[in-house]
Design a protein around this ligand. Structure first.
Ligand code: NAD
Length: 503
């Protein structure tokens, strides 16, 4: 593989073309990465995919050179140029100091929608769910994956969960457009908004708002725990699922596993300016170099990439040849089952079997038809802040002061802080790990050294920020000190903060 792009560059639908060929950036990855990438590119070449590959280095070797992000500058240049990345799995070194390359790629390139189909291939791949055909659309940039973590006291660390209106709008609109353009009938939203009323509540609310623009599509919402349980137990009830980052990460692995194997599940990461395609599995270091890895996850990701760049006919040909190979019982070790399979093959033999079947269609499975299928990214599919963010009247009504306090319980802390409180900002509540412990706490509540102390105006009247600064000076001078604060605002009169549990 080499950088074989030459000739005059042109931009076509945001994708770089050189002559007749479409330039794509390719990363071989670690572990089984190079083996499955070689097999995949062999199939693409045999099918006549008009692609010109620019190879970049990323992952373990780059980490080992001391680049903690795992990706060199030259790789960004290639992706900026081609806007399409086909990526094999990489190994994230254990231990601190290294940032996850996948998270970096998704966030830097603005790949807000992670599209993960999970399809069962019964009776040729063993599964309890022969009718499963689910597409999970996972929010890909926000939530707990911001990586904003802090140790605040000896006992307590925190991870910030950030959810934005534009972030929700983009991925939810993408999910509905995907459903509409791919003749899907239902979109299910999964959140935990019974607990996280602000963050997950926003995602759910925007789902309802945007969903109302798609009257022909059935909509429902499930709390993520029961949603995940149903995905494991009766996945055939789902069609398209849209959810937040962490839930989508877990849910899509469950879906891939119950469909038959994580080794065959592909994924696309779609943004307005770039897209990345990769298998959902990791670098499987235990079987690296043995020539037995299943290249299907990466190959089907490449099929999604071909649809993305508008090569639908070739995508269809490869996908149908792959289906035919599976139903002919030619399986790699991870799928091989003496009762269902005919021949156990290695990575390269599997690729050769797919190549032999190019032009053939499956006879047991329904052939795929990409000629009629929409591209994964079309104008308007996930336009940023499509509804615009309205600016609310924001009123400061108090402050939560977080303190590190080890000298006893809530009553002792309250006695200190009552000395600091002012007429403008009286002390109204103390919580520990979110549970109200003052006033009127319960002796049974276990308390750490991390306390949230709420100072709030009477009847939510507006307070000048200077009163907050005065209060903080008093808390500091008292010796209690503070580790962080969160201002309490009303947005158009509605509280922008949660109550304490038990308040
Ligand atoms: P893994 O997906 O690599 O392996 C899980 C199991 O599935 C193993 O038994 C493995 O042998 C098997 N397996 C996975 N892909 C297979 C294939 N194509 N063919 C046959 N068997 C396959 O997950 P892991 O062991 O948790 O992670 C290994 C490494 O991969 C870690 O360093 C992790 O950080 C990394 N990882 C990378 C990505 C990525 O780059 N997108 C994703 C997940 C994990």
């Amino acid at each position: 593989m080499s950088a074989i792009v030459d000739g005059v560059w042109e931009q076509h639908a945001g994708i770089a073309k050189s002559g007749r060929k479409i330039a794509v950036t390719v990363a071989q990855g670690d572990g089984i990465g190079p083996e499955i990438m070689r097999a995949t590119l062999r199939v693409l070449e045999a099918a006549g995919a008009p692609l010109a590959y620019e190879e970049i280095e990323m992952g373990e070797s780059v980490y080992k050179r001391g680049l903690t992000a795992g990706i060199p500058e030259s790789a960004w240049e290639s992706i900026d140029r081609t806007r399409v990345l086909l990526k094999a799995p990489i190994t994230t070194p254990q231990g601190g100091g290294y940032k996850s390359l996948n998270v970096t790629l998704r966030k830097t390139l603005g790949l807000y929608a992670n599209v993960r189909p999970a399809v069962s291939y019964a009776p040729f791949v063993r599964t309890h769910h022969p009718k499963m055909d689910v597409v999970i659309v996972r929010e890909n940039e926000e939530d707990l994956y911001g990586g904003i973590e802090h140790q605040q006291t000896d006992e307590v660390v925190q991870c910030l969960k950030l959810v934005s209106r534009p972030g929700c709008e983009r991925v939810i609109r993408y999910a509905f457009e995907y459903a509409r353009q791919n003749q899907r009938r239902k979109v299910t939203c999964m959140t935990k908004d019974n607990i996280m009323k602000k963050t997950d509540g926003l995602f759910h609310r925007i789902f309802d708002e945007i969903g109302s623009e798609y009257p022909e599509i059935e909509k429902d919402h499930l709390i993520i725990d029961i949603g995940a349980a149903r995905m494991a137990d009766s996945p055939e009830i789902f069609d398209v699922v849209v959810t937040l980052n962490l839930y989508g990460d877990i849910l899509s692995d469950i879906a891939a596993q119950v469909a038959g194997s994580v080794g065959i599940a592909p994924s696309a990461n779609i943004g307005d300016r770039a897209a990345m395609f990769e298998a959902i599995h990791g670098s499987a270091p235990q079987i690296a170099g043995l020539g037995i890895a299943n290249p299907s996850g990466l190959l089907l990701s490449a099929v999604m990439m071909l649809v993305h760049v508008g090569e639908n006919r070739i995508a269809e040909q490869i996908h149908n040849a792959w289906l035919r190979t599976i139903e002919d019982g030619i399986h790699t070790a991870d799928l091989y089952d003496a009762q269902l399979s005919r021949t156990k093959v290695g990575t390269e033999e599997f690729a050769s079997a797919v190549i032999e079947r190019l032009g053939a269609e499956p006879v047991q499975f329904k052939p795929v038809r990409y000629e009629q299928q929409a591209q994964l990214r079309k104008p308007g599919m996930g336009t940023v802040a499509s509804r615009g963010t309205t600016e609310a009247a924001k009123t400061l009504v108090g402050v939560d002061v977080f303190v590190d306090w080890k000298k006893g319980g809530a009553d002792g802390l309250a006695a200190e802080l009552l000395q600091c409180a002012t007429d403008a900002l009286p002390l109204t509540m103390i919580t520990n790990r979110g549970v109200k412990v003052w006033p009127k706490g319960h002796a049974e509540t276990y308390c750490t050294d991390h306390w949230r102390c709420r100072f709030q105006t009477k009847e939510n009247s507006e307070v000048n920020p200077r009163r907050v600064l005065e209060l903080l000076e008093r808390v500091d001078a008292s010796g209690v000190g503070f580790i962080k604060i969160e201002n309490l605002y009303l947005f158009d009169g509605a509280p922008g903060f949660s109550l304490g549990q038990g308040q």
